[in-house]
Design a protein. Structure first.
Length: 281
């Protein structure tokens, strides 16, 4: 069984993503922060890590781009998971018994339309799965939690109201992270395989440099699925750019990187991997 670091706890959506990616159960190593996930991968304490990078509604998780840039890790895969929230209680508790609902702030917001129909006290927690675990531990007959179906199964809770999230098209993209000596990760490496790549680049601080950089790869058979700017911490109001690109042949990626570097652009690759289709729960 693979050992996997995730941000959160057993029963979290990171846990579900790891199981879906592996095609079976995994041994979860819970981490309090995304940076702790990266450290566990760097220290080779786990086979790989799972880290959310963007949500279809909330957008990118910008601090995680900095983690990718600074740590000796690379992206070896991805999984896009539908986020389904459920209201769960201890066995035998009825809807009319509930006086308060606990979950992560984002989960409560995702279910606001449904929760607003009830006069319940809403309590924010650090994690959806943690709320479910604590509910089981305290045995409350008046508290409910919002979490995943997996959390209900793991902590023996009843789902009293399934799929209470407002938006049915809510997906989170998770990255699969493995250890890699970043100094050895170059596009010319023969072992690179896949049809998608994530990279970041830093352009000269001159007029038209971004336009010129993107123009360097125009005409190539590349589908640029994401272009995200994020700040450089030690250079106020200067930015790096994250790019996700899809292609049919890794040679196209190699050519794109060469063209960008020929224009004086600093380019680094986070990973080359196979793109993943969205998974509905």
């Amino acid at each position: 069984m693979k050992k996997v670091a995730v941000q959160g706890y057993a029963g979290s959506f990171h846990h579900i993503a790891a199981r879906q990616y592996e095609g079976g159960d995994v041994e979860i190593v819970p981490c309090d922060t995304f940076r702790a996930v990266a450290r566990a991968v760097e220290r080779r304490e786990v086979d790989y890590g799972v880290m959310a990078i963007e949500n279809s509604i909330a957008g990118s998780i910008l601090p995680n781009y900095n983690i990718l840039q600074k740590c000796n890790i690379h992206i070896s895969g991805e999984i896009c998971l539908q986020i389904c929230q459920n209201l769960m209680v201890n066995r035998g508790v009825r809807l009319e018994d509930i006086t308060e609902v606990e979950s992560h702030q984002m989960a409560l917001l995702q279910c606001a339309e449904w929760l607003d129909k009830h006069n319940w006290r809403l309590v924010e927690s650090a994690d959806t799965a943690l709320s479910a675990a604590q509910l089981q531990q305290c045995g409350s007959r008046t508290t409910a939690a919002v979490a995943s179906q997996l959390a209900a199964e793991l902590f023996d809770l009843d789902i009293i109201a399934p799929n209470i999230h407002t938006n049915r098209n809510n997906y989170t993209r998770f990255l699969i992270l493995e250890y890699c000596d970043r100094d050895c990760f170059e596009p010319e490496a023969e072992w690179l395989e896949g049809n998608k790549a994530s990279l970041f680049f830093k352009i000269p601080d001159t007029s038209g440099s971004l336009y010129d950089t993107l123009g360097a790869i125009s005409g190539l058979d590349i589908n640029m699925t994401k272009l995200q700017s994020y700040p450089i911490p030690d250079e106020p109001f200067h930015y790096m750019f994250h790019v996700d690109m899809e292609f049919n042949d890794v040679e196209i990626l190699r050519l794109a990187v060469r063209r960008m570097r020929d224009r004086g652009v600093e380019v680094h690759i986070y990973g080359v991997y196979n793109k993943n289709v969205s998974i509905e729960l």
